[in-house]
Design a protein around this ligand. Structure first.
Ligand code: ADP
Ligand code: ZN
Length: 356
């Protein structure tokens, strides 16, 4: 697995139609009822016009349904339908659908073909890229899973027309995060663009390319790939505390500001860069006040997947566009005291938090 995914960027009427033309196999669409309702006709028409048979398996949307139980139900449905090894699974939806369908595709009959059609900006620039797939357990997110190499990804911007603003913001946060990690010029180009939404496809392509570049260097998440987790140590702690009452984008926006503060506090990121980052991500914060307790945050940080040798590890920025590396490692052990100080500074920097 040393190659990037095959991504098509035009409308699926063009790209998917062409793609399925010479594929003789059965197609099984995996999605959730909300998205399937909106796009049923669009999808069915493509398959009808190509005289291809399409079946579908739906499951309820949301992280709470990304479970081993759902996987079992989908697999049993496929087995019951007699779906064979030469079939192709099509994942249509956001991250949950892609993670679930990808995991099914990776293990059903020891692996069958799959294609992804992400319908959210977040899934386009994040979940669809890099092959990670899996399910949640009662012990945490994405704890059981594997890597699935899908055959093609169809990024069709027209899906975003029906997407709510809150969902768009979720995607924008991760998109800008990629620029922040690897490309200073692009980061400022995005900032200085008077109407970046007019150039969304261009920025999205760049953002995807950055994620792909990082993954190519570390396909199995041994070290470098962990940089993609910047902002997510704090974000995951907030999501664990607030459950579904904070969106991923909001949690990551807070997390990025917090971890940029920590990067500055540890002597790396300059104050002027920190202020720019705080400004940019403040646009994506929750509107209401949310209380956080330092102890609770520390409790969840202690379970972070990046931790080693019983220390809490963070990804730190050296400057905008560059992650701080120490010898060969990209994550750094941080003392509880430094985390606590940074959380207090976070409260001063953004108005939506009250830290206890
Ligand atoms: P995730 O799995 O990443 O949370 P979902 O597929 O659940 O993403 O999408 C998030 C929310 O946006 C859900 O309420 C879903 O129904 C809705 N949604 C997803 N894609 C679209 C779209 N293209 N148009 C309208 N709503 C969408
Ligand atoms: Zn994320």
């Amino acid at each position: 697995m040393t190659q990037n995914e095959n991504i098509f960027f035009s409308s699926i009427e063009e790209t998917l139609s062409k793609y399925i033309q010479d594929k003789g196999s059965d197609f099984i669409l995996i999605s959730h009822p909300t998205i399937f309702d909106i796009y049923k006709e669009k999808i069915l028409k493509i398959f009808q016009e190509q005289n291809k048979r399409l079946e579908y398996v739906l499951f309820e949307e949301g992280e709470k349904n990304k479970t081993r139980q759902t996987k079992e139900i989908i697999e049993d449905t496929l087995l019951e339908k007699g779906v064979q090894k030469d079939a192709c699974l099509i994942a249509l939806g956001g991250g949950v659908v892609l993670d679930m369908a990808g995991y099914v595709a990776a293990t059903y009959l020891r692996g069958i073909n799959s294609i992804y059609i992400p319908t959210t900006l977040l899934a386009m620039c994040d979940a669809a890229i890099g092959g990670k797939c899996g399910v949640n357990t009662k012990f945490g997110k994405n704890q059981i899973g594997t890597f699935n190499k899908c055959d093609a990804i169809f990024v069709d911007m027209s899906f975003l027309k029906t997407l709510e603003e809150r969902e768009m913001k979720n995607g924008l946060v991760e998109m800008i995060k990629h620029f922040l990690l690897r490309d200073k010029d692009l980061f400022f180009k995005f900032l200085e663009d008077e109407n970046p939404m007019d150039n969304l496809l261009l920025f999205l392509k760049k953002s995807i390319a950055i994620k792909q570049e990082i993954i190519l260097e570390d396909r199995f998440d041994k070290n470098l790939r962990k940089v993609l987790n910047f902002g997510h140590s704090i974000a995951h702690a907030l999501e664990s505390i607030y459950g579904f009452n904070i969106s991923h984008g909001q949690a990551v926006a807070i997390g990025i500001i917090a971890e940029a503060i920590l990067s500055h506090h540890m002597g790396y990121l300059t104050l002027s860069s920190l202020n720019i980052i705080t400004d940019v991500f403040s646009k994506y914060l929750p509107q209401r006040k949310i209380p956080i307790s330092k102890e609770e945050i520390l409790f969840f940080l202690q379970r972070d997947k990046k931790n080693r040798e019983r220390n809490i590890h963070f990804i730190l920025l050296e400057e905008i566009g560059k992650v701080k590396c120490h010898e060969k490692y990209v994550s750094h052990p941080i003392d509880n005291r430094d985390i606590i100080v940074s959380l207090s500074k976070l409260e001063e920097a953004i108005s939506c938090l009250s830290v206890q």
